[in-house]
Design a protein around this ligand. Structure first.
Ligand SMILES: [Zn+2]
Length: 289
């Protein structure tokens, strides 16, 4: 089983996690910039974090043959802090870099006017840099928050096929499917979404534009939930091709729109030692494990 985790926060994970992920078939991932738990007090903290995402984490992942990419943004929660908002002026410096494959995570936390401003500004940046966008949906008022999120995306002019709306559930999947955006699901040990519920959703809505992630971070979460979902789907009667589509080809197609995915083949070498560079969703050349 080859796995591309389209949303995971490796900054918060250990080297053992990288090792277990590689053994489980995770060959590529996208790490979106997010809230680190401890509030940041200034732009310098973001700059160091973004540099770690494009540098240090890429190196850590490469030691285990995992191709590391990232998404860069001011997260919704810290968009409310006036000490953090000037980071919006720094983002263009990063959005042009290799391996930065999206703007994210952006969207709403508490749906404040400050979040509105930051969300709209970052959608403009995504349009300018022609990058995909990873949109977080709020944990509270999810239905209302998702509806408002889709309105803002529609008004932004960013094409829906370049947007993934994440952390969906049974109540929000339909409206995102109808919008033309991609649908993201975070499989957690005990909240949000489980492997079983994911199988029911995929059976009802199909596998097109569907992304499954572990969203593992500093909270209770599991970086192997992508594989657990794949195994459950197989046991629930899904074919290997369908599982490969959800866990590999869909994220390759979505983030491939950046033109910046760098995926190794089946080589045991570290991901950025002489790997091939694939552009625009070319996935047929990658041999199945
Ligand atoms: Zn996240």
């Amino acid at each position: 089983m080859r796995i591309f985790d389209p949303h995971i926060h490796m900054t918060s994970r250990t080297t053992d996690d990288y090792e277990r992920m590689a053994a489980a078939g995770v060959r590529a991932l996208v790490e979106p910039a997010f809230w680190l738990g401890q509030p940041r007090t200034g732009v310098g903290s973001f700059v160091d974090y973004f540099d770690a995402l494009i540098g240090w984490e890429r190196y850590r992942a490469g030691q285990f043959g995992i191709a590391h990419h990232c998404a860069i943004a001011l997260n919704p929660k810290e968009a409310n802090d006036p000490r953090c908002r000037p980071v919006l002026d720094v983002l263009p410096r990063y959005l042009g870099k290799d391996r930065v494959v999206a703007v994210g995570e952006v969207g709403y936390d508490s749906m404040t006017p400050e979040e509105d401003t930051a969300f709209a500004a970052q959608l403009r940046l995504a349009a300018e840099f022609e990058l995909p966008v990873l949109v977080h949906t709020p944990h509270r008022n999810k239905v209302e928050g998702t509806r408002r999120t889709l309105d803002v995306i529609r008004e932004s002019g960013v094409p829906p096929e370049r947007v993934v709306v994440d952390h969906l559930n049974e109540l929000t999947v339909r409206m995102v499917a109808d919008s033309g955006c991609w649908m993201g699901f975070s499989i957690y040990p005990d909240t949000k979404m489980s492997e079983r519920r994911m199988a029911v959703i995929l059976r009802e809505h199909g596998t097109a534009r569907m992304l499954v992630n572990s969203a593992a971070d500093w909270g209770r979460s599991d970086p192997l939930k992508t594989r657990a979902t794949g195994l459950h789907l197989l046991s629930a009667g899904f074919g290997e091709d369908e599982v490969d589509r959800v866990l590999w080809r869909n994220p390759v197609d979505f983030y491939g729109q950046s033109g910046r995915l760098e995926l190794s083949g089946d080589s045991p070498e570290p991901a950025f030692a002489g790997n091939s560079i694939l552009r625009g969703g070319v996935d047929d050349e990658i041999p199945a494990r």
